[in-house]
Design a protein around this ligand. Structure first.
Ligand code: ACO
Length: 340
């Protein structure tokens, strides 16, 4: 007879984040490309971002954020059962950046998994960790979102529509089993993608598609196909529709309403998108925690950076119900609801 097992529930044990030391203001950008502080602030809410120095990689930022998350969780790296790392700016084409992070953390042997869901990567990562913990396969999982965007941006006027939006940074959480009766609980996660929009926000080359050689052709290099390209209006339109849907999906799955949520931490693509999401859902301004003015868009790292900053700002406290939602390249989108 197959023995019935009760599913474990998971919780977030600790969070940490890290950004490089170099602040790059909008004024700094206006010295290297035709842009202005006024244009960037009005359209996006961004005032500054952090960019790495040439010797720093994505796994370096991930390492610092992971150490802080481990410390907040009160555990050693050796107690981890698995590493999940979300990034669109890997150290190398392969192997995955999770492997480089694992070596730097000094924990050989445990699985290290990279996921490529861009701005929704951290929600996907938490969801995968939650499934591993619920089934009893792993007890403690490190979930990291880390990006070094600055090295891959077209920092000239040609690339200004994209390059002003992104910053470097990393954030991490340690997820683990919730003890019976524990108040802190990961309630649920909800994941989506629509590949019909894959080319609306992407890097065309290098890659194995189409022309038979993974390197950009001279024609692709000349038109900057190796830099990120974005249909800003399409992203705006879809993000402001999908994020409210994802929030409502999480609330309905748990029998909650917008009013039950104490704090909303959304992906930081654009302040205007988040203001529209809040307006559509009737969320009061003080319940939305934004960081885009200081960090810009750090893609997979925006949510854990947001959680960590919310704790430091005294906005996130034990027992609060938190809703996260994200939208990004793919298109991908999703949400997570948890009791802190
Ligand atoms: N500085 C100054 N001028 C600029 C810049 C810049 N950095 N970038 C573009 N412009 C110019 C354009 O060339 C254009 O000039 P023109 O009228 O002479 O042709 C003008 O500004 C308006 O350009 P639009 O692209 O129409 O500007 P729009 O009002 O759509 O704003 C923006 C662009 C902010 C990107 C907007 O489309 C948007 O918010 N989209 C959402 C996408 C987003 O936030 N992405 C974040 C990353 S993706 C993610 O995380 C999900």
């Amino acid at each position: 007879m197959i023995q019935q097992t009760t599913l474990q529930r998971s919780t977030i044990l600790g969070v940490g984040s890290h950004v490089p030391a170099n602040v790059v203001t909008n004024h700094d950008l206006s010295r290297i490309m035709d842009t202005s502080d006024e244009w960037i602030v009005q359209r996006t809410g961004i005032r500054q971002r952090y960019w790495v120095d040439p010797g720093t990689s994505t796994s370096d930022l991930a390492l610092e954020a992971s150490r802080r998350a481990l410390s907040a969780a009160g555990i050693q790296a050796q107690e981890l059962d698995c590493i999940i790392l979300a990034t669109l700016s890997p150290d190398h084409e392969f192997p995955g950046t999770g492997c480089f992070l694992q070596a730097k953390l000094g924990v050989p042997g445990i699985p290290a998994l990279d996921i490529r869901q861009q701005c929704t990567g951290f929600v996907y990562g938490m969801s995968i960790a939650d499934q591993f913990i619920r089934t009893g396969m792993y007890r403690k999982v490190l979930v990291v979102g880390a990006e070094v965007h600055s090295k891959g941006l077209d920092r000239t006027t040609r690339g200004r529509d994209v390059s002003v939006l992104f910053g470097d940074g990393a954030g991490a959480v340690v997820m683990g089993r919730a003890e019976p009766g524990e108040e802190s609980l990961f309630c649920s996660s909800h994941l989506h993608a629509d590949g019909n929009y894959a080319r609306e926000l992407w890097i065309e080359s290098p890659g194995m598609a189409a022309h038979g050689d993974c390197h950009p052709t001279p024609e692709q290099t000349a038109r900057g196909a190796h830099y990120p390209a974005m249909n800003g209006k399409a992203v705006f339109m879809h993000a402001s529709k999908r994020m409210p849907e994802a929030v409502m999906e999480a609330l309905q799955a748990n029998g909650k309403t917008v009013a039950d949520v104490d704090l909303f931490v959304f992906h930081q693509a654009n302040l205007r998108i988040n203001e529209m999401v809040a307006k559509q859902l009737g969320i009061p301004e003080e319940k939305v925690f934004n960081t885009i003015d200081r960090f810009a868009n750090t893609t997979a790292a925006t949510l854990p950076i947001g959680l960590d900053e919310a704790i430091r700002a005294g906005k996130l406290k034990k027992g609060m119900l938190v809703a996260c939602a994200a939208f990004g390249s793919g298109f991908t989108w999703g949400s997570a609801l948890f009791r802190w």
